[in-house]
Design a protein around this ligand. Structure first.
Ligand code: ATR
Length: 524
């Protein structure tokens, strides 16, 4: 079941958001702490008018969930009893027939008890969610179980435990509360926040989590890492046919759950790999989802892959070399190139491969003959190495050109091929020029690694950049009469080869290209 938090600034905006959310969600959560001047009665009526089946949660959080409510929020009654403004708000919600109120464990047992008995007085139609949020970290499992039991003491209808994932293993810790709660016949919402916690949001519904939080749009996130409703529905749809909640404990399910796929890099926000791979998985009817993860701790990410039923990972900048030390096996091509862009997880054994070279060669061979041709490769990083390796394997001759002399010389020494500095590029005679640097990539598309006159002697010019589709280098080269080709096909081909390695199936290459092209033309 999907719940959309309503976080809009004003009462009027919140009503608009409620009306839209009722079309997509099973639940809405009224975040009264975020809706400025929120009129609870009007907000609940707006939801009821729009949908008879929508369930309403009323929440009022503090900025720092773990701290006690600020003194300003507390008012002294005539009898001298402390009445929290929040308690008054929750009582109003109960009177108005909200389906749930969500009160934090930190508000104290007395407050929770008071509200439970108030619910009973109003016929028990409103359920109580007792929640714990840790915005700083994921405590150890023993600590989380203690928190679970503290929440359970007041016999709530649902317990909510949400923590910040700092490592991939944190997801395992927090998710293991779901089967634990099931053993105690307790409904639970348990997941991790943050970029590293996104995988828990995808997996938790499969395990029987009571609710999944999702937003109408990226801007409306009420917690870091939330998926949009569209993404959440896609994920649920993928699993729906076979997997219904509640399921057995995740740890014993690892082998039989649908397998997932990830991209590891930093940054990953702009990556189009999730779009491409998810389209391919869907088309081929393969259960599983592909997510991008921004990684700070590579060792933790490697543990996460083993522990979280991840079948395959793409590896991007800056981890293509660093990831090698975590592999149990490395295939011959990746070993020779000295970089990995693909990981296959065979039941906890990680195999590193490289499909960049193949992606480039498949693209080159479609456009021109490679055997006995000469190729100027600009750059001396991982992509340049993969390009040179592929070209040599096909009988072509690479020439390395790089800004930093030492780096270029080292690579040309390894490959036993000529090297020139970038300023000398105009002096070289070759059949094809390939840019493997990021110069000219969005958002700095006005840049080119090569001055226009230096392009005149080339019949073919390729850029590994695919955003924009026509880089300045390619536009300049076309004006010089060169045949040009962008990095789009290379990107699709390297992804398609990854897909083949992970799934053993023929990748739907034209669909993969189509979705990327559509997105790129939208961006342009
Ligand atoms: P990748 O693994 O994608 O190839 P990389 O290992 O960071 O990425 O390598 C990037 C290459 O692009 C490097 O050779 C880099 O040149 P230096 O060795 O001089 O650093 C090259 N590069 C990056 N920015 C550049 C720029 N503005 N001008 C010229 N070359 C650049």
């Amino acid at each position: 079941m999907i719940c959309i938090p309503i976080t809009s600034g004003t009462n009027k905006e919140a009503i608009r958001a409620i009306e839209r959310s009722c079309r997509f969600a099973d639940f809405i959560e009224l975040r009264m702490d975020l809706i400025g001047g929120g009129n609870l009665s009007q907000l609940i009526s707006a939801a009821r008018d729009k949908s008879v089946s929508i369930k309403i949660i009323v929440t009022c959080r503090k900025k720092e969930e773990a701290a006690p409510a600020p003194a300003a929020n507390r008012v002294e009654s005539a009898a001298g009893k402390i009445i929290d403004k929040k308690i008054t708000l929750f009582k109003e919600a109960i009177e108005l027939g909200a389906d749930f109120i969500d009160i934090e464990l930190a508000e104290g047992r007395m407050a929770i008890r008071e509200l439970k008995s108030f619910c009973a007085k109003y016929g028990g139609k409103t359920g109580v969610i007792v929640s714990y949020h840790n915005l700083k970290e994921t405590p150890a499992l023993t600590k989380l179980k203690e928190i679970f039991h503290k929440c359970a003491q007041s016999k709530p209808d649902v317990i909510k435990i949400v923590t910040l994932a700092k490592t991939f293993e944190d997801n395992l810790t927090t998710l293991s509360l779901i089967p634990y709660a099931q053993k105690h016949s307790q409904k639970i919402i348990s997941l991790c926040m943050g970029d590293k916690g996104r995988i828990s949001r995808a997996v938790a519904p499969l395990m029987g989590n009571y609710l999944s939080f999702a937003t109408l749009s990226r801007e409306g996130q009420s917690a870091p890492g939330q998926f949009t409703v569209r993404e959440m529905k896609q994920i649920n749809e993928l699993f729906k046919s076979k997997w219904t909640a509640p399921l057995a404990p995740v740890l014993s399910l690892r082998k039989s759950l649908p397998q997932n796929y990830i991209l590891l890099g930093n940054p990953v926000r702009q990556s189009l790999s999730p779009l491409m791979h998810n389209a391919a998985l869907k088309k081929m009817g393969i259960e599983g989802h592909y997510n991008a993860f921004c990684v700070n701790d590579l060792a933790g990410a490697m543990q996460g892959i083993k522990g979280m039923n991840i079948r395959g990972a793409s590896v991007t900048i800056p981890f293509k070399v660093a990831v090698m030390e975590y592999m149990d096996d490395i295939d011959e091509d990746a070993l020779k190139i000295g970089a990995i862009n693909t990981i296959i997880n065979n039941n906890g054994r990680l195999r590193g491969c490289n499909t960049d070279w193949l992606g480039l060669i498949l693209t080159l061979k479609k456009a021109m003959p490679v055997k006995n041709k000469t190729f100027v490769i600009i750059g001396a990083g991982g992509t340049a190495r993969a390009a040179a390796y592929g070209i040599m394997k096909e009988g072509g001759f690479p020439i390395i050109v790089n800004r930093t002399l030492e780096k270029g010389k080292i690579l040309s020494g390894i490959l036993n091929c000529p090297f020139y500095s970038l300023s000398e590029v105009g002096r070289i005679k070759a059949d094809c020029l390939i840019n493997t640097t990021s110069v000219g990539m969005y958002p700095r598309q006005d840049k080119s690694p090569v001055k226009i006159p230096a392009l005149a002697g080339y019949k073919y010019v390729m850029d590994v950049i695919y955003n924009p589709l026509t880089t300045k280098l390619l536009a300049d080269a076309e004006k010089q009469g060169c045949h040009i080709f962008s990095g789009l096909d290379m990107f699709v081909n390297q992804g398609a080869e990854q897909f083949r390695l992970w799934t053993g199936k023929e990748p739907p290459r034209s669909l993969m290209k189509k979705v990327i092209l559509e997105r790129l033309t939208q961006i342009e």
